[in-house]
Design a protein around this ligand. Structure first.
Ligand code: ARG
Length: 588
C-alpha cells in the first residue's frame, strides 16, 4: 500500500486515483475525466460515478464488459492500492463507493494540528486577482448595499488569500463626475476660506450634498457656475483640484470609520485614477473598430443587448462605462490580474455583462468561458427592513452604517452585562467580546444566505444565541476552548505525544467533516458563494455537539485523542471565522 499524504482535498485526491484506474480500465478513452463526489453516509464517504457514461462509450467495442456494473467492478479493481481507502463496493449501475480509512483520516488531522491549518489551503491555478468591492460614492451616502459589498467582497478576498492568491483589494470609489462641480461651487460659496474647511465645519457631507443639490436645482446661475466648475476641475485647475481633494478626504474619513469597525482592509483606486487613461483606451478601441458613433454619442454595440454601451456622452464627457472599460483594461494589461471580481448589487449585472463582452471583443478577455483571465460579477440582493421594504431608519433617511454597527455592538454588550459578565470580566474583555459578537452577527447574517436573495435586517434574529447565527457559533467555539482549558492538559504537548483515533462513529463523522474543510473553501471561492462556507461551519458545530453528547472527553480513557479532536474542531472553526471576517471569542 502506497503512503498517501493528505493534500487538503479528499475529493481531488480520490479523483486522481480514479483517473489512474480509468486509464487502465479503458486505455482507448484517455480523456475521460474522473467523476468523484461526496455521497450519502449509508453508501460510504465518496463515490465514483464514471461507470455508466464510460459504458456508453465502449459498449460496442469491448465484449468483456456486460454492463455498467461490470465496468464499475473493473474501475474498482484497477484502483491503485492506497492508504486512503479502507474499502470499496459497487452499488446500482456501477457506482463505486469508497469508505475512507479511519487511520488515514486520523493521521491526516493530527498532521494538520502540527503543521497548521494553512497546510490544507486550496491550491488554485491563478496567482493574482482583483476584488473590486465596497466602492461607495464620495459625498453621497454609503448605504447598506455598500455594507453588503464590503462584507461579501472581504470574505471572497480572504478565501483567495488563504489559497495563496495575491489579491488587489480595490475600492473603486465614485470620486469623479459632474456632481463635483456642484459640490465645489457650493463649498466656495459657503466657505470663502475653504482652505480651512475641515470635517467639523462641513459636518455631515451627505447633508452638504443635499443642500448643494437643492441650490443647483433652484438657481440657474449657480447651475451654470457648477457646470463650469466641472470643466475647470477636469482641466486640472489648482484651486478646483484642491477643493475636490478636500471633499474626498472628508468622505474617506467617514468610510474609514466603517472599515475600521469591520476590520476590512481596502486599497483605494477610485474612478479618478483611471481618468487619464480613458482617452488612450478609447482610441485603441476606436482603431479596432469597436467604438461607433450613435445619436451623438460614442458607443460600443454588443450582441445580445438592445442598447449599446455608451463610452462618450453627447456632451463629450466620460461616464461610468468609460471608466469601467478603462479599469478592466488596466487590471488585465497593467496589473496582470487573472481574475477580476466585481461585488455590487444585482442591479448592475447588465452593465458588467456588457463591459465583459466588450473586453472580449477587444481581445483582452478570452471568449471561451472558464479559462483565465476572467471577469466575474458577484451580484447581491437588497437589504430589507422588517416591513419587507428597503431597509431605512424611522425618519426614512438611509441608515448611517456606523450607527448600525454601533447598535449591534451596544446590544451585544448589554446582553453580556445582563449575564453578569460585568462582575467577572475586565472592561476590555467586555468591549472586545461585544465587538466580536456584534459585528460578527451583522456579517454572518449577510453571508449565510445565498447572496442573490434579499435579506431582512433584524437585530433580534442575528443576535439570537440559538439557531444558525454568529452568536451561536462563536459561543460553540468558546465552549470547545473551555473544554480544553478545563482539562488542564497542555494541548501543544498532546499534539506531538498523543495519538488521535476515530473509533467511535460520531468521532468519525466529525473527522470526515474536518477533512472536507479545504474542499468547501475551494468550492465557495471558485463559485463566489460565501454562504457555502457558512453552511459548512454550522454543520461542523452540529457535528461537534453530537460527538460531545455521545463521547465523554475529559476523564475518559480516550481523553487525549478526544482533546485533539476538540482542538482540531476549534482550529477549523477559527479558520472559518477568519475567512468570513469574524473575530473568534475564547470564553463565554
Ligand atoms: N460606486 C458604485 C456604486 O456605488 C460601485 C462601483 C463598483 N465597481 C466598479 N468597477 N464599477 O454603485
Amino acid at each position: 500500500v502506497t503512503d498517501e499524504e493528505f493534500t487538503g482535498n479528499v475529493k481531488a485526491q480520490l479523483a486522481k486515483l480514479f483517473g489512474l484506474s480509468l486509464k487502465l480500465t479503458a486505455p482507448e478513452e484517455p480523456d475521460v475525466e474522473p467523476l468523484v463526489a461526496a455521497c450519502t453516509a449509508k453508501f460510504g464517504d465518496y463515490q465514483c460515478n464514471n461507470a455508466m457514461s464510460l459504458w456508453a462509450k465502449i459498449k460496442g467495442k469491448r465484449t468483456q464488459f456486460r454492463g455498467p456494473p461490470a465496468v464499475g467492478e473493473a474501475i474498482k479493481n484497477n484502483l491503485p492500492p492506497s492508504e486512503m481507502i479502507e474499502s470499496c463496493s459497487i452499488a446500482g449501475p456501477g457506482f463505486v463507493n469508497v469508505v475512507l480509512s479511519k487511520n488515514w483520516m486520523a493521521k491526516s488531522i493530527q498532521k494538520m494540528l502540527i503543521d497548521g491549518i494553512d497546510s490544507w489551503a486550496p491550491k488554485l491555478s491563478i496567482k493574482r486577482a482583483v476584488v473590486d468591492f465596497s466602492s461607495p460614492n464620495i459625498a453621497k451616502e454609503m448605504h447598506v448595499g455598500h455594507l453588503r459589498s464590503t462584507i461579501i467582497g472581504d470574505s471572497l478576498a480572504r478565501m483567495l488569500e488563504f489559497s495563496k492568491v495575491e489579491v488587489l483589494r480595490r475600492n473603486h470609489v465614485g470620486d469623479w463626475g459632474t456632481q463635483f462641480g456642484m459640490l465645489i461651487e457650493f463649498l466656495f460659496e459657503k466657505f470663502p476660506n475653504y482652505e480651512d474647511v475641515n470635517e467639523k465645519a462641513i459636518g455631515d457631507l451627505q447633508a452638504f450634498y443635499k443642500e448643494s443639490k437643492q441650490r443647483f436645482d433652484a438657481d440657474p446661475d449657480f447651475k451654470e457656475r457648477a457646470q463650469r466648475a466641472v470643466v475647470r476641475l477636469q482641466g486640472g485647475e489648482d484651486r478646483y483640484r484642491r477643493a475636490w481633494a478636500q471633499i474626498c478626504e472628508i468622505s474617506r474619513n467617514e468610510f474609514q470609520r466603517v472599515y475600521q469597525r469591520l476590520g476590512v482592509h481596502l486599497e483605494e483606486k477610485g474612478e479618478s485614477f483611471y481618468n487619464p487613461y480613458i482617452p488612450g483606451v478609447l482610441k485603441a478601441l476606436t482603431e479596432q473598430g469597436l467604438v461607433e458613433e450613435s445619436q451623438g454619442c460614442q458607443v460600443i454595440f454588443i450582441d445580445g443587448f438592445n442598447i449599446p454601451l455608451i463610452v462618450v456622452k453627447s456632451d463629450g464627457g466620460y461616464n461610468y462605462a468609460s471608466t469601467d472599460m478603462t479599469a478592466i483594461w488596466y487590471r488585465l494589461n497593467e496589473e496582470r490580474a487573472e481574475w477580476i471580481i466585481y461585488v455590487t448589487d444585482v442591479g448592475q449585472q447588465q452593465h458588467f455583462a456588457m463591459v465583459f463582452k466588450a473586453a472580449q471583443r477587444a481581445g483582452w478577455l478570452p471568449v471561451v468561458d472558464r479559462s483565465y483571465p476572467k471577469a466575474s460579477h458577484v451580484g447581491f440582493g437588497l437589504v430589507l427592513g422588517d416591513d419587507g421594504k428597503r431597509f431605512r431608519t424611522r425618519s426614512s433617511e438611509v441608515v448611517r452604517l456606523v450607527d448600525l454597527l454601533d447598535e449591534a455592538k451596544a446590544r451585544s454588550k448589554k446582553e453580556l452585562i445582563d449575564r453578569g459578565k460585568g462582575q467577572e470580566w475586565t472592561e476590555e474583555d467586555i468591549e472586545q467580546t461585544a465587538e466580536a459578537v456584534g459585528y460578527g452577527a451583522v456579517k454572518y447574517a449577510d453571508l449565510k444566505n445565498n447572496r442573490l436573495t434579499n435579506y431582512t435586517f433584524n437585530y433580534d434574529q442575528m443576535l439570537n444565541d440559538k439557531g444558525n447565527t454568529a452568536v451561536y457559533l462563536l459561543y460553540a467555539h468558546a465552549r470547545i476552548c473551555s473544554i480544553i482549558r478545563k482539562s488542564g492538559k497542555d494541548i501543544e504537548e498532546l499534539k506531538k505525544t498523543g495519538t488521535l483515533v476515530l473509533d467511535h462513529v460520531d468521532e468519525r463523522v466529525l473527522g470526515l467533516h474536518l477533512l472536507q474543510f479545504a474542499e468547501v473553501v475551494e468550492e465557495a471561492c471558485m463559485n463566489l458563494l460565501p454562504n457555502v462556507l457558512c453552511e459548512y461551519l454550522y454543520n461542523l458545530s452540529e457535528k461537534f455537539s453530537t460527538f460531545y453528547q455521545q463521547c465523554k472527553v475529559v476523564g475518559s480513557e480516550e481523553e487525549t485523542s478526544r482533546l485533539l479532536l476538540c482542538e482540531a474542531t476549534a482550529v477549523v472553526m477559527r479558520k472559518c471565522f477568519y475567512l468570513l471576517g469574524i473575530t473568534p471569542i475564547y470564553k463565554i
